[in-house]
Structure formats: structure tokens, C-alpha cells
Design a protein around this ligand. Structure first.
Ligand code: NDP
Length: 444
């Protein structure tokens, strides 16, 4: 049996009931086959893959808090510190009822390669809780965040592990958590990123993932002979990533005609009204059903359906496993030329393969959505310097990083005879740096 197959089997056997983690490891290791086969003897002897798929450590803890009725609630908190061979652990905190250890591990594993791809010195980690901020009062969110940080603060630090936002963790939650960290530790340090601008946050962090997605997509299209201006784009999600992807796409002259939330989706043939979307989602924290009040000519549909709309480019920006094989078939049938993942692992493996086989340019999330973590690393640099850079300075660094990521994965794919396979390219480019650093640091 090949080394890759042995390790895949072992991952499933050792981590039962973690299907998302199996899926992420399989996706990465499958595309690393040519690199691993070229170095099989050495990697086997060093147990490199066995070490790579086993987190450095993982924490699971109780998060008790009191709701507005005086009732004590109990959630479960997680932090998985996956790999710090190229820098302190870095990765977001997801607050969503679906969170479990397998999901945090899949995200932490992907984060290792994504962070490596940015070219910045950051390792891979991820955390979160099954707490659902939706429908909770500000006081309840604060009570949860303070309790969560009371435990988490034992494991993190500016030079150890620097969490950030993710689904359900925005500026409000980061503020509550930072306040509690400072109180307990008595330290004013860049222990979290995604902070508010008055207390160490970076300009462009809010926009970074969505903007970065478009910078990379623009470069991918350009290198394949297409111009993003004038293209019709479908976007899923209506959270942080989706909103700023829509904003940058519009600035680049493209027309975005859809967005969605977990209840339904909007089709606006004249192009999404971004001001209306921001008011609904960022100010009112309401549902997309409201969009029709702003744009009577738009359509609202319950359930899923974004991928059935005719488009040139598709940007899944909601969550994992939201673009299935039948969606990929609809996109191809409708003449779509490119898919770039704003979310983490939104496209299932069979859908990805179908898109690639049918000549669609496909940019995987670990490259395409790396703008968020890259800008987080820029926030860490600013915190260490105790300086704040201008919007233009951060934005231009972000653009440079995203363009560079695209060329790194394009080159890596070509080096292994897989030109145009950006999934393989991203995994190979991300892996090579981490593998070299791990091997240089002895058996650890
Ligand atoms: P948000 O919480 O701001 O938004 C998530 C969006 O996805 C919401 O519109 C939400 O709808 C929708 N959504 C969530 N779960 C589902 C579901 N099961 N089915 C359909 N829609 C769903 O999160 P972000 O925008 O920050 O993150 C989106 C994705 O991007 C995630 O995969 C995240 O890991 C990834 N990502 C985020 C980064 C960042 O900087 N924010 C960086 C890199 C990746 P509803 O409001 O109804 O829940």
C-alpha cells in the first residue's frame, strides 16, 4: 500500500466520527501524491505525514454562562493547535451550533497550508464553540465570550497562538474576548486579530477575505485570458466574506446577481444593492427576506438554488459543503468559466473534480480566501511594531500577497506536471514549506 493510502486509513481508524476531517486530509494528501512519492523513503522514515495529521495538541472545555432569564447554559469550547513549524498558531474561532471537534480539526488542518501559502510566518490552528450567537442579546454574547476566554486564555498568547474571527465571531465577539483576556492576563498584546480599530485592529481586516478572493480571482482570470470587468457573478452567503467579495467585484466592474443565507437566496437581475445588503446584515442583523423591501424587482427563494443561476464566475462564500455535484453540473451547463472558494471547503470533492474535468478554472479556498488570515498576520506585525498602517498600505500588501499566492500555486502545479490544477498547486506549495520546516526542526 502506498504511504498516502496507509496514512489515510490510519486517520479514519484513529479519528472515527470526524468525516469533515477525513475529507480534508484526503483532499490534501491525494493532491500531494506526486510530491510524496518523489520523497517517499525519507518522509516514511521521518513519519512526516503521521506527524502532519496529528495536531500538536487540542483543547476541549466547558463554557458555562447565564442567559437573560437567569438560566445557566453550557456550551463546549475547542481550540486545536495543529502545527507551529513556521510560526505561532493562527486561525479563527467559529461560533455555530454545528461545531464539533471534527469540524475544528478539518479547519485547523486546512489552515496549516493556507497560512503557509500566504508567505507569512504563521502556523495552523482553529477553535470555536457550538454556541449560536444568533438571536442572543449583546449581554448574553458577552457572558458567553467572557466565559469562553476565561478558559481559552490559558492556551493562547501573542507569540503562541493568535485566534481570529470566523463564522459567528465578528467585531463584537472579538471585543468581548479581548477585554476578558486583558483582564485576566493583565497584558495588552496582539493575542487576537480582527480587533476594533481603536484598540489595535488593522484597516482592511474586515474587507480582507472578500477583497482578497477577488484579487486572486482577477489574477487567475487574467492569466487565462479573461477580464473580470463585465462578468456576471453568483455569490452564496451574505456574511463577512460574501459582502466584501460583492463590494470588490462591483468595484472591478463585474455584476453580482445573487447572495444567500441559511434560509434562502436572493436573485437580483440588476445586480445586488450592496448598501441594502449591508443594512440588512450588518446593521439590522436580519434575514434576506427583507431584501425585497429594498428591491421590489428582485426574487427571494426559500432553500438552496444560487448555483442554478446563469453566470460566468461562481464564488461560494457561505460554509463547507454547499456546492454539490448537481450544482457543479448546473454551473458547467450554464457556461460558467471559473469557481473560486471564499468559504472553507464549500465544494464537495466530486463537484470539484467535475468542475476541473470540465475545464472550469477552480481556485480552492485555502488559496482564494487566504486574504483574511494574511491581513491578520499584517495586524500582528502592526501590533508588534505598535504602529498602524494606512488603508492603502494594507490593501496594497494584501493585493500583492494574493497575486503572489496565485503565481506560487500556478508554478507548483506546473512543476509537477499538473498545469492548471490549482487544487494540487495550492496543496503542494503550502506543503513544501511546512515539510521543509518540520524536517529541519528534528523529531518534534
Ligand atoms: P459569517 O458568519 O459572516 O457568514 C456566513 C454566511 O453563510 C451567512 O450568510 C450564513 O447565513 C451563511 N451560512 C452559514 N451556514 C450556512 C449553511 N449551513 N447553509 C447556508 N448558508 C449558511 O461568516 P464569514 O463570512 O466570516 O465566513 C464564511 C465562510 O468563509 C466560512 O466557511 C469561513 O470559514 C470562511 N472564511 C472566513 C474568513 C473571514 O475572514 N471571515 C477567512 C477565511 C475563510 P446565516 O446568517 O443564515 O447563518
Amino acid at each position: 500500500m502506498s504511504y498516502v493510502d496507509e496514512v489515510l486509513e490510519r486517520v479514519v481508524a484513529k479519528n472515527p466520527a470526524e468525516p469533515e476531517f477525513h475529507q480534508a486530509v484526503k483532499e490534501v494528501l491525494e493532491s500531494l501524491r506526486p510530491v510524496i512519492e518523489a520523497n517517499e523513503e525519507r518522509y516514511r522514515k521521518e513519519a512526516l505525514l503521521e506527524r502532519l495529521v496529528e495536531p500538536d495538541r487540542q483543547f476541549k472545555f466547558r463554557v458555562p454562562w447565564v442567559d437573560d432569564k437567569g438560566q445557566v447554559q453550557v456550551n463546549t469550547g475547542y481550540r486545536v493547535q495543529f502545527n507551529n513549524s513556521i510560526g505561532p498558531y493562527k486561525g479563527g474561532l467559529r461560533l455555530h451550533p454545528s461545531v464539533n471537534l471534527g469540524i475544528i480539526k478539518f479547519l485547523g488542518f486546512e489552515q496549516i497550508f493556507k497560512n503557509s501559502l500566504t508567505g507569512l510566518p504563521i502556523g495552523g490552528g482553529k477553535g470555536g464553540s457550538d454556541f449560536d450567537p444568533k438571536g442572543k442579546s449583546d449581554r448574553e454574547v458577552m457572558a458567553f465570550c467572557q466565559s469562553f476566554m476565561t478558559e481559552l486564555c490559558k492556551y493562547i498568547g501573542a507569540d503562541t497562538d493568535v485566534p481570529a474571527g470566523d463564522i459567528g465571531t465578528g467585531a463584537r465577539e472579538i471585543g468581548d474576548m479581548f477585554g476578558q483576556y486583558k483582564r485576566i492576563k493583565g497584558l495588552y498584546e496582539g493575542v487576537l486579530t480582527g480587533k476594533g480599530l481603536t484598540y489595535g485592529g488593522s484597516l482592511v481586516r474586515t474587507e480582507a477575505t472578500g477583497y482578497g478572493l477577488l484579487y486572486l480571482t482577477e489574477e487567475m482570470l487574467k492569466c487565462n485570458g479573461h477580464d473580470i470587468a463585465g462578468k456576471t457573478i453568483v455569490v452564496s452567503g451574505s456574511g463577512n466574506v460574501a459582502i466584501y467579495a460583492i463590494e470588490k467585484a462591483q468595484q472591478m466592474g463585474a455584476k453580482v446577481v445573487t447572495c444567500s443565507d441559511s434560509n434562502g437566496w436572493v436573485y437580483d437581475p440588476e445586480g445586488i444593492d450592496l448598501a441594502a445588503l449591508k443594512e440588512i446584515k450588518e446593521v439590522k442583523r436580519a434575514r434576506l427576506t427583507e431584501y425585497k423591501n429594498y428591491r421590489p424587482n428582485s426574487e427571494y427563494h426559500e432553500g438552496r438554488g444560487v448555483w442554478t443561476v446563469k453566470c460566468d464566475v461562481a464564488l461560494p462564500c457561505a460554509t463547507q459543503n454547499e456546492l454539490f455535484l448537481e450544482d457543479a453540473q448546473a454551473l458547467v451547463a450554464n457556461g460558467c468559466i471559473a469557481v473560486a472558494e471564499g468559504a472553507n471547503m464549500p465544494t464537495t470533492m466530486d463537484a470539484t473534480e467535475y468542475l476541473q474535468k470540465n475545464g472550469i478554472l477552480f481556485a480552492p479556498g485555502k488559496a482564494a480566501n487566504a486574504g483574511g488570515v494574511a491581513t491578520s498576520a499584517l495586524e500582528m506585525s502592526q501590533n508588534s511594531e505598535r504602529l498602524s498602517w494606512s488603508f492603502e498600505e494594507v490593501d496594497s500588501k494584501l493585493k500583492g500577497i494574493m497575486v503572489n499566492i496565485f503565481h506560487n500555486l500556478d508554478d507548483a502545479a506546473k512543476r509537477y506536471g499538473k498545469a492548471g490544477d490549482y487544487v494540487a498547486g495550492a496543496n503542494i506549495a503550502g506543503f513544501e514549506k511546512v515539510a521543509e520546516a518540520m524536517l529541519a526542526q528534528g523529531v518534534a
